[in-house]
Design a protein around this ligand. Structure first.
Ligand code: HPA
Length: 274
């Protein structure tokens, strides 16, 4: 990744910001509405930012929204890029490095996912405790830029234990039965087969989706804390009678997404280390 390009994009965004964000948010399919809760919001369309690639995925708006959420300065990616759109890993994680240069220390990511764990139900929220990268690629492949992080990046504590604890505490306070589990990322765009889902279950996966892992790896590499939560929009292939379609993912995101947004806002508000 060209470090000058990251700098140029960050400089452009900085010119439009009222204050330095310390928290970066990525919103998943149908989960973009938390941006409406951001106070003193400044919107910056990706299309105007130098070197930014633009998302074509349904349910993704395509802009940064910066301002205050839960009393803290945030910058939110309303819409993200996916591997299945044909974007390079470099383009997918470019905004994470831009956020790093803006001053972001914590990444909070949401996504829509299919439930693999038999104890999950549609509409559940799952706190990601770890992931399995089944994308067939890694955003850190290529020349390493030491100014962001080391060549070989430790992934043991990627999903920051203190933030997970804080999320559990806030969920409990709100009466949410927050599930915990391992997120497995597939490239898509075809949904998984029932045989793949059975295999993933034996590997220890609890949910499956098509995003998040590249951004999280990049955030971990540059030393950010990470919190990530999935909304279970459907049970994975072969676990429900109906076949899967992308529309239910977006519709369910709209309904249960509001609860996920409140949870995230409470975590930001009540976590003193953020
Ligand atoms: N598989 C992959 N990605 C998804 C799913 C799924 O079942 N549901 C939402 N995103």
């Amino acid at each position: 990744m060209n470090a000058n390009f990251v700098r140029q994009a960050a400089d452009y965004v900085l010119e439009h910001l009222k204050e330095t964000p310390t928290i970066g948010l990525i919103l998943g399919s149908g989960l973009g509405e938390i941006a409406a809760r951001i106070e003193q919001a400044v919107k910056i369309p990706y299309a105007q930012i130098p070197h930014f690639a633009v998302s074509t995925a349904p349910g993704h708006a395509g802009c940064f929204v910066a301002g205050r959420l839960g009393g803290k300065p945030v910058i939110c990616m309303q819409g993200r890029l996916h591997f299945y759109e044909g974007h390079s890993m470099e383009d997918i994680v470019f905004p994470i490095r831009v956020m790093k240069l803006l001053g972001v220390r914590t990444l909070i990511a949401t996504n829509a996912a299919g439930g693999i764990n038999h104890d999950f139900s549609v509409g559940d929220l799952m706190l990601i405790q770890d992931h399995i990268n089944f994308l067939g690629s890694n955003p850190l492949i290529g020349k390493n830029d030491e100014s962001f992080g080391p060549r070989f990046c430790d992934m043991t504590y990627t999903y920051t234990p203190a933030l997970r604890e804080s999320a559990q505490k806030q969920a409990h306070r709100m009466g949410i039965d927050l599930k915990t589990g391992v997120y497995l990322a597939c490239s898509g765009p075809s949904f998984e087969t029932p045989a793949e889902i059975r295999a993933f279950r034996t590997w220890g996966a609890d949910a499956v989706g098509m995003s998040t892992v590249p951004e999280v790896i990049t955030a971990a590499h540059c030393g950010m804390q990470v919190l990530a939560i999935s909304l279970i929009t459907n049970m994975a292939a072969g676990m429900q009678e109906e076949s899967l379609n992308g529309q239910e993912v977006i519709e369910l995101g709209k309904a249960r997404g509001r609860l996920l947004e409140q949870l995230i806002e409470n975590v930001i508000l009540h976590t003193s280390t953020l």
